[in-house]
Design a protein around this ligand. Structure first.
Ligand SMILES: [Zn+2]
Length: 376
Protein backbone atom coordinates (compact mmCIF):
# COMPACT_ATOMS: atom_id res chain seq x y z
CA UNK A 1 0.00 0.00 0.00
CA UNK A 2 1.34 3.40 -0.90
CA UNK A 3 0.64 6.76 0.61
CA UNK A 4 1.74 10.21 -0.39
CA UNK A 5 5.28 10.92 0.70
CA UNK A 6 4.42 14.23 2.26
CA UNK A 7 1.15 15.89 2.98
CA UNK A 8 0.44 19.58 3.39
CA UNK A 9 -1.58 21.05 6.25
CA UNK A 10 -5.30 21.16 5.70
CA UNK A 11 -7.26 24.38 5.84
CA UNK A 12 -10.83 23.18 6.00
CA UNK A 13 -11.35 19.50 5.27
CA UNK A 14 -15.03 19.67 6.21
CA UNK A 15 -15.79 22.18 3.47
CA UNK A 16 -18.30 21.00 0.84
CA UNK A 17 -16.66 19.30 -2.16
CA UNK A 18 -16.43 21.63 -5.13
CA UNK A 19 -15.43 20.84 -8.71
CA UNK A 20 -12.58 22.87 -10.14
CA UNK A 21 -10.34 22.91 -13.16
CA UNK A 22 -6.69 23.65 -12.36
CA UNK A 23 -3.74 24.40 -14.54
CA UNK A 24 -0.63 22.92 -13.00
CA UNK A 25 3.01 23.04 -13.96
CA UNK A 26 4.81 19.73 -14.01
CA UNK A 27 7.74 21.35 -12.24
CA UNK A 28 7.46 24.52 -10.20
CA UNK A 29 10.31 26.23 -12.10
CA UNK A 30 9.35 25.21 -15.66
CA UNK A 31 6.04 27.03 -15.94
CA UNK A 32 5.77 26.45 -19.69
CA UNK A 33 5.03 22.72 -19.31
CA UNK A 34 1.52 22.72 -17.91
CA UNK A 35 -1.47 20.41 -17.82
CA UNK A 36 -5.12 20.72 -16.95
CA UNK A 37 -6.65 18.60 -14.19
CA UNK A 38 -10.31 18.54 -13.15
CA UNK A 39 -11.64 17.20 -9.91
CA UNK A 40 -13.10 17.69 -6.48
CA UNK A 41 -11.10 19.40 -3.74
CA UNK A 42 -10.52 16.89 -0.96
CA UNK A 43 -8.17 18.99 1.14
CA UNK A 44 -6.64 22.39 0.85
CA UNK A 45 -3.63 23.75 2.67
CA UNK A 46 -3.27 27.28 3.92
CA UNK A 47 0.00 27.53 1.99
CA UNK A 48 -1.71 26.73 -1.35
CA UNK A 49 -1.19 22.95 -1.46
CA UNK A 50 -4.15 21.08 -2.91
CA UNK A 51 -5.48 17.52 -2.84
CA UNK A 52 -7.68 16.90 -5.86
CA UNK A 53 -9.75 13.78 -6.60
CA UNK A 54 -10.28 13.21 -10.30
CA UNK A 55 -13.39 11.69 -11.79
CA UNK A 56 -11.93 8.17 -11.84
CA UNK A 57 -10.90 8.38 -8.18
CA UNK A 58 -7.26 9.21 -8.76
CA UNK A 59 -5.88 11.57 -6.11
CA UNK A 60 -3.38 14.25 -7.01
CA UNK A 61 -1.44 16.12 -4.39
CA UNK A 62 -0.20 19.48 -5.68
CA UNK A 63 2.44 21.29 -3.69
CA UNK A 64 2.28 25.08 -3.29
CA UNK A 65 3.47 26.90 -6.41
CA UNK A 66 2.49 24.10 -8.79
CA UNK A 67 -1.10 25.33 -9.26
CA UNK A 68 -0.94 28.23 -11.73
CA UNK A 69 -4.67 28.83 -12.20
CA UNK A 70 -7.94 27.47 -10.84
CA UNK A 71 -11.55 27.96 -11.87
CA UNK A 72 -14.79 26.52 -10.52
CA UNK A 73 -16.63 24.22 -12.94
CA UNK A 74 -20.02 22.51 -12.73
CA UNK A 75 -19.97 18.84 -11.68
CA UNK A 76 -19.90 16.36 -14.60
CA UNK A 77 -23.41 15.78 -15.99
CA UNK A 78 -23.27 12.01 -16.33
CA UNK A 79 -21.34 9.25 -14.63
CA UNK A 80 -18.87 7.35 -16.78
CA UNK A 81 -19.79 3.76 -17.55
CA UNK A 82 -17.33 1.11 -16.33
CA UNK A 83 -16.35 0.54 -19.96
CA UNK A 84 -15.54 4.27 -20.37
CA UNK A 85 -13.39 4.08 -17.24
CA UNK A 86 -11.63 1.00 -18.60
CA UNK A 87 -10.96 2.59 -21.96
CA UNK A 88 -9.33 5.56 -20.30
CA UNK A 89 -7.09 3.26 -18.23
CA UNK A 90 -6.15 1.35 -21.40
CA UNK A 91 -4.96 4.65 -22.86
CA UNK A 92 -2.40 4.93 -20.05
CA UNK A 93 -1.07 1.38 -20.44
CA UNK A 94 1.33 -0.10 -22.99
CA UNK A 95 -0.31 -1.50 -26.15
CA UNK A 96 -1.84 -4.98 -26.11
CA UNK A 97 -4.14 -4.60 -23.09
CA UNK A 98 -7.78 -5.65 -23.13
CA UNK A 99 -10.78 -5.02 -20.84
CA UNK A 100 -12.90 -7.26 -18.67
CA UNK A 101 -15.85 -5.62 -16.91
CA UNK A 102 -17.48 -7.49 -14.03
CA UNK A 103 -20.07 -6.42 -11.47
CA UNK A 104 -17.70 -4.30 -9.34
CA UNK A 105 -14.39 -4.39 -11.21
CA UNK A 106 -12.79 -3.18 -14.39
CA UNK A 107 -9.84 -5.47 -15.14
CA UNK A 108 -7.24 -4.33 -17.69
CA UNK A 109 -5.06 -7.24 -18.76
CA UNK A 110 -2.64 -8.46 -21.37
CA UNK A 111 -2.70 -11.99 -19.96
CA UNK A 112 -5.01 -14.71 -21.28
CA UNK A 113 -8.67 -13.84 -20.80
CA UNK A 114 -8.97 -17.03 -18.75
CA UNK A 115 -6.44 -15.73 -16.22
CA UNK A 116 -8.11 -12.32 -16.04
CA UNK A 117 -11.45 -14.06 -15.42
CA UNK A 118 -9.94 -16.13 -12.62
CA UNK A 119 -8.50 -13.00 -10.96
CA UNK A 120 -11.79 -11.09 -11.41
CA UNK A 121 -13.78 -13.91 -9.81
CA UNK A 122 -11.36 -13.94 -6.87
CA UNK A 123 -11.84 -10.17 -6.40
CA UNK A 124 -15.62 -10.40 -6.79
CA UNK A 125 -15.78 -13.08 -4.09
CA UNK A 126 -13.59 -10.93 -1.88
CA UNK A 127 -15.87 -7.94 -2.50
CA UNK A 128 -18.96 -9.85 -1.38
CA UNK A 129 -17.23 -11.49 1.58
CA UNK A 130 -15.72 -8.17 2.69
CA UNK A 131 -18.92 -6.13 2.51
CA UNK A 132 -21.00 -8.90 4.14
CA UNK A 133 -18.51 -9.34 6.94
CA UNK A 134 -18.45 -5.66 7.91
CA UNK A 135 -22.16 -5.04 7.33
CA UNK A 136 -22.99 -7.99 9.59
CA UNK A 137 -20.61 -6.64 12.20
CA UNK A 138 -22.62 -3.41 12.18
CA UNK A 139 -20.15 -1.32 10.20
CA UNK A 140 -21.40 1.42 7.95
CA UNK A 141 -19.94 -0.02 4.73
CA UNK A 142 -21.38 0.91 1.33
CA UNK A 143 -20.73 -0.47 -2.13
CA UNK A 144 -18.01 1.42 -4.00
CA UNK A 145 -19.50 4.30 -6.00
CA UNK A 146 -17.30 3.60 -8.99
CA UNK A 147 -15.76 0.48 -10.55
CA UNK A 148 -12.61 -0.78 -8.89
CA UNK A 149 -9.68 -0.93 -11.27
CA UNK A 150 -7.27 -3.86 -11.44
CA UNK A 151 -4.36 -3.95 -13.90
CA UNK A 152 -2.77 -7.33 -14.67
CA UNK A 153 0.45 -7.64 -16.66
CA UNK A 154 1.25 -10.95 -18.36
CA UNK A 155 4.92 -10.47 -17.93
CA UNK A 156 6.82 -9.80 -14.74
CA UNK A 157 9.42 -7.57 -16.45
CA UNK A 158 6.79 -5.24 -17.92
CA UNK A 159 4.98 -5.19 -14.57
CA UNK A 160 8.20 -4.22 -12.83
CA UNK A 161 8.91 -1.45 -15.35
CA UNK A 162 5.42 -0.09 -14.72
CA UNK A 163 5.51 -0.61 -10.94
CA UNK A 164 8.93 0.95 -10.39
CA UNK A 165 7.33 4.38 -10.64
CA UNK A 166 5.24 3.57 -7.56
CA UNK A 167 7.39 1.17 -5.62
CA UNK A 168 10.98 2.08 -6.35
CA UNK A 169 13.51 -0.58 -5.50
CA UNK A 170 11.02 -2.74 -3.61
CA UNK A 171 9.35 -3.94 -6.83
CA UNK A 172 11.12 -7.30 -6.91
CA UNK A 173 9.62 -8.26 -3.56
CA UNK A 174 6.06 -7.41 -4.43
CA UNK A 175 3.81 -9.46 -6.70
CA UNK A 176 1.00 -6.94 -6.50
CA UNK A 177 0.21 -3.65 -4.83
CA UNK A 178 -2.56 -1.18 -4.14
CA UNK A 179 -1.72 2.44 -4.81
CA UNK A 180 -3.75 4.78 -2.64
CA UNK A 181 -3.33 7.69 -5.07
CA UNK A 182 -4.28 5.92 -8.32
CA UNK A 183 -6.76 3.76 -6.34
CA UNK A 184 -5.73 0.74 -8.43
CA UNK A 185 -4.44 -2.74 -7.75
CA UNK A 186 -1.62 -3.71 -10.11
CA UNK A 187 -0.26 -7.24 -10.44
CA UNK A 188 1.00 -9.73 -13.00
CA UNK A 189 0.17 -13.28 -14.10
CA UNK A 190 1.11 -15.34 -11.06
CA UNK A 191 1.15 -18.58 -13.05
CA UNK A 192 4.42 -17.16 -14.43
CA UNK A 193 6.05 -17.08 -10.98
CA UNK A 194 8.97 -19.52 -10.71
CA UNK A 195 7.51 -21.69 -7.94
CA UNK A 196 4.36 -22.21 -9.94
CA UNK A 197 6.14 -22.42 -13.30
CA UNK A 198 8.20 -25.42 -12.21
CA UNK A 199 4.97 -27.22 -11.50
CA UNK A 200 3.47 -26.02 -14.78
CA UNK A 201 6.27 -27.56 -16.79
CA UNK A 202 5.45 -30.99 -15.49
CA UNK A 203 1.72 -30.55 -16.04
CA UNK A 204 1.54 -28.92 -19.43
CA UNK A 205 -1.33 -26.48 -19.89
CA UNK A 206 -1.21 -23.42 -17.65
CA UNK A 207 -4.32 -23.14 -15.55
CA UNK A 208 -5.40 -20.80 -12.78
CA UNK A 209 -6.24 -23.95 -10.81
CA UNK A 210 -2.55 -24.15 -10.13
CA UNK A 211 -3.01 -21.19 -7.86
CA UNK A 212 -4.99 -23.34 -5.46
CA UNK A 213 -1.83 -25.38 -4.84
CA UNK A 214 0.02 -24.85 -1.54
CA UNK A 215 3.12 -23.38 -3.22
CA UNK A 216 0.93 -20.66 -4.70
CA UNK A 217 -0.92 -19.87 -1.46
CA UNK A 218 1.33 -16.92 -0.67
CA UNK A 219 0.69 -15.41 -4.09
CA UNK A 220 -3.07 -15.64 -3.71
CA UNK A 221 -2.76 -14.17 -0.21
CA UNK A 222 -0.97 -11.16 -1.71
CA UNK A 223 -3.77 -10.55 -4.20
CA UNK A 224 -6.40 -10.82 -1.47
CA UNK A 225 -4.34 -8.56 0.79
CA UNK A 226 -4.07 -5.80 -1.82
CA UNK A 227 -7.70 -6.24 -2.89
CA UNK A 228 -8.72 -5.84 0.76
CA UNK A 229 -6.87 -2.50 0.99
CA UNK A 230 -8.65 -1.31 -2.14
CA UNK A 231 -12.05 -2.31 -0.74
CA UNK A 232 -11.36 -0.79 2.69
CA UNK A 233 -10.63 2.57 1.07
CA UNK A 234 -13.59 2.40 -1.31
CA UNK A 235 -16.37 1.00 0.89
CA UNK A 236 -16.07 3.62 3.62
CA UNK A 237 -13.99 1.69 6.15
CA UNK A 238 -11.29 4.35 5.83
CA UNK A 239 -10.61 7.35 3.64
CA UNK A 240 -7.55 7.55 1.48
CA UNK A 241 -4.76 9.76 2.87
CA UNK A 242 -6.60 10.09 6.17
CA UNK A 243 -4.43 9.43 9.23
CA UNK A 244 -5.49 5.81 9.71
CA UNK A 245 -2.86 3.95 11.75
CA UNK A 246 -1.00 1.51 9.51
CA UNK A 247 -1.49 -1.28 12.05
CA UNK A 248 -5.24 -1.06 11.41
CA UNK A 249 -4.97 -1.05 7.58
CA UNK A 250 -2.47 -3.90 7.61
CA UNK A 251 -4.26 -5.73 10.41
CA UNK A 252 -7.49 -5.81 8.41
CA UNK A 253 -5.67 -6.87 5.20
CA UNK A 254 -3.76 -9.66 6.96
CA UNK A 255 -6.95 -10.77 8.74
CA UNK A 256 -8.59 -11.32 5.34
CA UNK A 257 -5.59 -12.67 3.42
CA UNK A 258 -5.29 -16.14 5.02
CA UNK A 259 -5.38 -18.63 2.15
CA UNK A 260 -7.90 -21.44 2.36
CA UNK A 261 -6.27 -24.50 0.88
CA UNK A 262 -9.45 -26.52 1.09
CA UNK A 263 -11.00 -24.24 -1.53
CA UNK A 264 -10.30 -25.10 -5.16
CA UNK A 265 -9.92 -21.40 -5.87
CA UNK A 266 -7.37 -20.78 -3.13
CA UNK A 267 -9.43 -18.43 -0.99
CA UNK A 268 -12.92 -18.57 0.46
CA UNK A 269 -13.21 -17.75 4.11
CA UNK A 270 -12.43 -14.82 6.37
CA UNK A 271 -10.52 -14.85 9.62
CA UNK A 272 -8.97 -18.30 9.31
CA UNK A 273 -5.77 -18.69 11.27
CA UNK A 274 -3.14 -16.94 9.19
CA UNK A 275 -0.42 -19.50 9.78
CA UNK A 276 2.58 -17.64 8.28
CA UNK A 277 1.73 -14.52 10.34
CA UNK A 278 1.08 -16.61 13.45
CA UNK A 279 4.41 -18.46 13.10
CA UNK A 280 6.20 -15.14 12.70
CA UNK A 281 4.43 -13.67 15.73
CA UNK A 282 5.32 -16.67 17.91
CA UNK A 283 9.00 -16.33 16.98
CA UNK A 284 9.10 -12.84 18.52
CA UNK A 285 10.08 -12.84 22.16
CA UNK A 286 10.69 -9.18 23.05
CA UNK A 287 8.22 -7.35 25.29
CA UNK A 288 6.86 -3.84 25.18
CA UNK A 289 5.97 -3.90 21.47
CA UNK A 290 2.26 -3.06 21.65
CA UNK A 291 2.30 0.63 22.47
CA UNK A 292 4.99 1.51 19.87
CA UNK A 293 3.02 -0.42 17.20
CA UNK A 294 -0.08 1.66 17.94
CA UNK A 295 1.75 4.97 18.42
CA UNK A 296 3.35 5.40 14.99
CA UNK A 297 3.89 3.67 11.63
CA UNK A 298 7.68 3.59 11.90
CA UNK A 299 8.13 -0.22 12.12
CA UNK A 300 6.17 -0.82 8.90
CA UNK A 301 8.59 1.33 6.93
CA UNK A 302 11.80 -0.26 8.20
CA UNK A 303 12.88 -3.28 6.11
CA UNK A 304 14.38 -4.94 9.22
CA UNK A 305 11.18 -4.53 11.26
CA UNK A 306 8.30 -4.64 8.76
CA UNK A 307 7.67 -8.42 8.77
CA UNK A 308 7.42 -8.41 12.56
CA UNK A 309 5.13 -5.38 12.51
CA UNK A 310 2.76 -7.07 10.02
CA UNK A 311 2.62 -10.20 12.20
CA UNK A 312 1.83 -8.08 15.26
CA UNK A 313 -0.76 -6.01 13.41
CA UNK A 314 -2.43 -9.28 12.37
CA UNK A 315 -2.29 -10.57 15.98
CA UNK A 316 -3.77 -7.41 17.55
CA UNK A 317 -6.48 -7.10 14.89
CA UNK A 318 -7.45 -10.78 15.15
CA UNK A 319 -7.56 -10.51 18.94
CA UNK A 320 -9.78 -7.43 18.81
CA UNK A 321 -12.11 -8.76 16.10
CA UNK A 322 -12.55 -12.13 17.82
CA UNK A 323 -12.80 -10.93 21.41
CA UNK A 324 -13.88 -7.24 21.21
CA UNK A 325 -15.77 -7.06 17.93
CA UNK A 326 -18.21 -4.28 18.83
CA UNK A 327 -15.41 -2.15 20.30
CA UNK A 328 -13.37 -2.71 17.15
CA UNK A 329 -16.31 -1.70 14.93
CA UNK A 330 -16.81 1.45 17.02
CA UNK A 331 -13.11 2.22 16.75
CA UNK A 332 -13.25 1.78 12.94
CA UNK A 333 -16.16 4.24 12.88
CA UNK A 334 -13.96 6.83 14.65
CA UNK A 335 -11.21 6.25 12.06
CA UNK A 336 -13.67 6.33 9.14
CA UNK A 337 -14.54 9.92 10.00
CA UNK A 338 -10.95 11.08 9.58
CA UNK A 339 -10.49 13.20 6.49
CA UNK A 340 -7.66 13.17 3.96
CA UNK A 341 -4.60 15.04 5.21
CA UNK A 342 -6.15 15.59 8.67
CA UNK A 343 -3.70 16.28 11.49
CA UNK A 344 -2.54 13.33 13.56
CA UNK A 345 -0.37 12.77 16.59
CA UNK A 346 1.02 9.89 18.60
CA UNK A 347 -0.89 11.08 21.64
CA UNK A 348 -4.18 11.18 19.74
CA UNK A 349 -3.65 7.64 18.45
CA UNK A 350 -3.08 6.28 21.94
CA UNK A 351 -6.04 8.24 23.33
CA UNK A 352 -8.40 6.92 20.65
CA UNK A 353 -7.17 3.37 21.13
CA UNK A 354 -7.51 3.65 24.92
CA UNK A 355 -11.01 5.10 24.64
CA UNK A 356 -12.03 2.08 22.55
CA UNK A 357 -10.22 -0.78 24.26
CA UNK A 358 -8.53 0.41 27.44
CA UNK A 359 -4.85 1.09 28.00
CA UNK A 360 -2.44 -0.84 25.75
CA UNK A 361 -0.41 -1.98 28.74
CA UNK A 362 1.56 -5.13 29.52
CA UNK A 363 -1.63 -6.99 30.49
CA UNK A 364 -3.22 -6.34 27.11
CA UNK A 365 -0.01 -7.32 25.33
CA UNK A 366 -0.01 -10.61 27.25
CA UNK A 367 -3.66 -11.18 26.42
CA UNK A 368 -2.90 -10.79 22.69
CA UNK A 369 0.03 -13.23 22.94
CA UNK A 370 -2.05 -15.77 24.88
CA UNK A 371 -4.83 -15.48 22.29
CA UNK A 372 -2.42 -16.22 19.44
CA UNK A 373 -0.91 -19.20 21.28
CA UNK A 374 -4.42 -20.69 21.81
CA UNK A 375 -5.50 -20.18 18.17
CA UNK A 376 -6.14 -23.24 16.08
ZN1 LIG B 1 -0.82 -4.11 3.11
Amino acid sequence: MLAAASVARTAGSDAAPAWIRVEVSNEPEAKTATRIVEGVIRAEAVDGGLLLEQRDGRLDLFQPGVVLARDPIPPPAALETPRDVGRRVLGELPSGFDLLVTKHYVVCFDTSRQYAQWAASLFERLHDAFTNFWARAGCDVRPPDRPLIVVIFSDRRRYEDHATRDLGAATDRVVGYYNMLSNRVTTFDLTGVDAVKADLQTRGQPSPDLLARPEAAGLVATLIHEGTHQLAFNCGLHQRLAPVPVWVCEGVATYFEAPDLASSRGWRAIGLVNQPRRDQFLRLTDRGWLEPLLRDDEAFRRPDAATDAYARAWAVTSFLIKTRKQDFVNYLAVLAKKCPCEADSEQRRIEEFTAAFGRPDAAMEQAVAAFVVRMR
